[in-house]
Design a protein around this ligand. Structure first.
Ligand code: NAD
Length: 335
């Protein structure tokens, strides 16, 4: 979409445009998160979101607490029981070019006072889940929901083969990661849905979300979901001080981890990693929509902290859309 230069807007025009995009993104969010049936392609959502961030930063008097920029998008209006997260489950800030990534690195370097090492991870195209283990046993699994309150999907998650019900060590810890559907399972599911006369899922992420957030865990079981764990708010339980160290410990505990991560100490190496997976993403058996760059030292992560919505110690570099995608919903682009 094309937008008018912000400098040319009157205050009233800016206010109207902000309200318009807040409403529109909220509607898209409902379709995407609650119904698992997006109305527009992600790159369109992302472009409007970036425009709204820009407008709100120039006209902060029009930022409202319910603006999509101030809230972690998610669903918890289903009939699934609710779970309050001990620590909020956040989203990620995103950038769409290497130039923007460099700017993020410069800001981070300035805040820390030195160039940090980064752990680079693939951005798995699924939905976030929190897994609570008590003395090594899986006792609860929940979705991100609105970041504060998620949905209880314990029975459903217990049908996922790659998630251990018992850890290799009797630890009490909450870990977080991504539930996803492999490309092969996604293709098979959509084929079956067409045969059954059902609407196919738009992408593996929506298919994973729709399959996990079922009241009947037997349906989830048939959907062949997988998972990767990438985070804990309690690294002291693992005795680790780095993000890359946490990933190693997760694997030792028997938790599924994505092994494509890499620690880099320069932005040149980060760009090479991004280039590599921009071309190799098709060869992976699961969908990725970008690369997540994370400050590797956990004490530095704490120093940088979080906003209400995103950590300052990580950023998602999003891949450009793969092909010319169709817009499945009419929107007015001119404002
Ligand atoms: P996001 O999906 O862009 O990024 C945050 C999420 O990335 C985390 O919550 C986590 O679940 C996931 N993730 C995957 N791999 C990870 C890793 N290695 N480390 C850490 N996190 C990892 O943000 P979001 O808030 O979940 O969703 C916003 C995005 O959803 C938008 O950018 C847009 O693309 C899409 N969306 C689309 C529509 C639409 O109508 N098409 C509507 C709403 C949202």
């Amino acid at each position: 979409p094309e937008f008018n230069p912000i400098g040319q807007l009157t205050t009233q025009e800016a206010q109207q445009e902000i309200a318009k995009w807040q409403d529109e993104l909220t509607q898209y969010g409902v379709a995407y998160y609650e119904k698992d049936a997006p109305l527009v392609e992600d790159y369109i959502y992302d472009a409007i979101y970036a425009r709204l961030v820009d407008l709100e930063s120039k006209f902060p008097q029009f930022v409202t607490p319910d603006s999509p920029t101030q809230n972690v998008g998610g669903a918890n209006k289903s009939n699934l029981p609710k779970v309050i997260h001990p620590a909020p489950m956040l989203s990620l800030g995103d950038v769409f070019s290497l130039a923007e990534l460099d700017e993020w690195d410069e800001r981070t370097t300035k805040s820390l006072g030195f160039q940090s090492a980064y752990n680079l991870e693939l951005k798995i195209d699924g939905l976030a889940v929190a897994l609570t283990y008590v003395k090594g046993r899986l006792i609860q699994a929940s979705t991100r929901g609105n970041g504060m309150i998620g949905e209880d999907v314990t029975t459903n998650v217990k049908t996922i083969q790659t998630i251990p019900q018992v850890l290799q060590e009797p630890l009490t810890i909450e870990v977080r990661g991504e539930i996803y559907m492999s490309k092969a399972s996604f293709a098979a599911l959509n084929l079956q849905r067409e045969v059954d006369g059902l609407e196919p899922f738009a992408n593996p992420r929506n298919a994973a979300a729709g399959s996990l957030r079922q009241l009947d865990a037997r349906i989830t079981k048939k959907r062949d979901l997988s998972a990767f764990v990438y985070y804990t708010a309690e690294p002291e339980v693992l005795g680790v001080t780095t993000q890359s160290g946490a990933l190693k410990r997760f694997a030792e505990l028997g938790l599924p981890t994505d092994t494509h991560n890499q620690v880099v100490t320069s932005m040149l190496d980060a760009e090479n990693y991004i280039d590599q997976y921009t071309t190799q993403r098709d060869d992976l058996s699961y969908g990725i929509d970008g690369v997540v760059v994370k400050v590797n030292q956990l004490d530095n992560q704490l120093d940088l902290g979080n906003t209400v919505k995103i950590p300052r110690w990580a950023i998602a570099y999003k891949f450009p859309p793969e092909e010319a995608l169709t817009v499945v919903h009419d929107i007015e682009w001119t404002v």
